[in-house]
Design a protein around this ligand. Structure first.
Ligand SMILES: *Cc1c(COP(=O)(O)O)cnc(C)c1O
Length: 463
């Protein structure tokens, strides 16, 4: 199993190298050269598996020979044992033929745990085998940081520098990161906004000497292993609700497009999926793209669903690559246009093709609150703002009512208590296993938004 870059100018790599490299050296994203496929008989068999067993089966198709099946099974068993619900990703029915897949029963209460718990263990395993050490640098506006820290804390072969904008993440999000006490974890509170953090990370990666000296790695959502691990729960949910005999549809509250792209991969592999609904908040670049066929960048405006406050969906490049028949030159042209002019357009035919599979819908903050309240009033179900966007987007744009619609619930309501309280008048409390963070000591290092300061710090720590 080999991987190639969406921009066609980086070396082809095996799974292990793709995981440890993150972003391709030509600026593109890695994808498998051929999609593995699964036949109906295999899907029938997969219905009988536990979540961890299913994860092993799905991931083994992407891993190739780089990790043995027994080793992969051990990684998956351990990763998904960290989830507190016995079903790992339970389904809850809200309406006739509409379900919520709860993806927030992991250690940090958001769906990012599904991929990070596997990715941290994959890193450690691969690096131990090679006798290498890596410095992971990342930027977070909230959920990615805590999921990554939780996944790699205490690991011998990785150090993690996680940058967050000082004073701009919620208290729960900050405490989930800073109360972890492990020598390999460095919480950097940057005097700036999320873009400043992301620009610092990019600057470090673009300094190839620095990148090679410390063996820099990335765990952001462009890392292929994160997408691959997320493919699993599409199979898990669909097989419970009628696949492979009958198709299902999914609705996904989206930001970087990593989560919904994983569903697209499951469909490529043979899972019958009729529709993907893409939900956005006021930062609706994806919704505007699906309506017009044109990608146009805009300013990010803060919303009640902060994990989707994104205007450049980094994983979208993977869908574009598939949309144009894996034409890397075409992708380079689009990306160059976006860099130069802040916009590019796909052809009308490509646009029409996408609309046979995707729909998109945006909600304002007021509409999000209204939907959270409606769901609570009609069903008693307490939902977080991101997931509520998924429910409303599905209700507004589903192609038909006969196909089961599965909305991915991406965060636990207690992660966004202010929005929930505003909507339903009840303040959700953190699950008891997480409550200790509200009193524990915090570990964080303030830093100016300066490339030299960040490099100096890593040089000093790592020698
Ligand atoms: C990260 C995140 C999203 C967006 O997921 P993408 O893969 O970036 O599209 C949505 N909701 C929550 C709660 C998140 O943490």
């Amino acid at each position: 199993m080999m991987y190639h870059s969406t921009r066609g100018q980086a070396p082809e790599l095996s799974f292990a190298d793709v995981v440890l490299t993150g972003l391709a050296r030509d600026g593109g994203l890695y994808l498998p050269k051929t999609w593995p496929t699964v036949d109906v008989q295999t899907l029938q068999h997969w219905k009988t598996l536990s979540y961890a067993e299913l994860a092993t089966e799905v991931l083994s198709l992407f891993v190739g020979d780089d990790i043995s099946n027994a080793e992969l099974a051990a990684i998956c068993e351990d990763a998904y044992a960290q989830f507190t619900h016995p079903a790992v990703a339970p389904l809850v029915q809200l309406e006739p033929n509409l379900w919520v897949a709860e993806h927030f029963h992991g250690p940090t209460l958001a769906f990012k745990d599904f991929a990070m718990q596997a990715l941290g263990r994959l890193f450690d395993h691969l690096l131990a085998k090679r006798g290498e050490h890596r410095v992971i640098v990342g930027a977070t506006s909230g959920d990615t940081g805590s999921a990554a820290i939780e996944a790699v804390k205490g690991l011998e072969h990785v150090s993690l520098y996680m940058l967050h904008p000082a004073g701009r993440v919620s208290e729960v999000q900050r405490r989930q990161m800073t109360t972890v006490d492990a020598p390999n974890i460095h919480n950097i509170a940057v005097d700036g906004n999320f873009d400043d953090c992301q620009n610092l990370v990019k600057a470090l990666f673009n300094d190839l000497d620095f990148r090679d000296k410390h063996g820099l790695s990335a765990v952001n959502s462009i890392n292929w292993a994160r997408v691959a691990a997320q493919v699993v729960y599409y199979f898990h949910a669909a097989l419970q609700l009628g696949a492979p005999e009958n198709p299902v549809s999914f609705s996904v509250p989206s930001g970087n497009f990593g989560n919904v792209f994983a569903g697209f991969v499951a469909r490529k592999m043979g899972l019958p999926i009729s529709q993907f609904v893409v939900g956005s908040n006021r930062n609706d670049i994806l919704t505007r793209f699906f309506v017009s066929g044109e990608m146009v960048g805009e300013e990010v405006i803060p919303s009640l669903s902060p994990s989707m406050d994104i205007q450049i969906s980094s994983n979208f490049e993977r869908l574009l690559f598939e949309t144009c028949g894996q034409d890397a030159e075409q992708v380079r042209g689009w990306m160059e246009g976006f860099k130069q002019n802040g916009r590019f357009a796909i052809s009308p035919e490509q646009h029409q093709n996408l609309l046979t599979l995707f729909s998109a819908y945006r909600l304002s903050d007021a509409e999000t609150i209204e939907e959270m309240k409606r769901i609570y009033d009609e069903t008693g179900y307490v939902i977080d703002p991101h997931s509520a966007i998924g429910v409303m987007a599905a209700r507004a744009t589903r192609f038909d009512l006969d196909t089961p619609m599965i909305v991915l619930a991406t965060a636990h309501p207690a992660k966004f208590p202010d929005a929930v309280e505003e909507a339903i008048g009840v303040r959700p409390s953190l699950p008891s296993r997480c409550q200790h963070i509200m009193n524990a000591n915090e570990h964080l290092e303030p830093l100016a938004a300066s490339e030299a300061d960040l490099k100096g710090k890593i040089d000093q720590d790592r020698g």
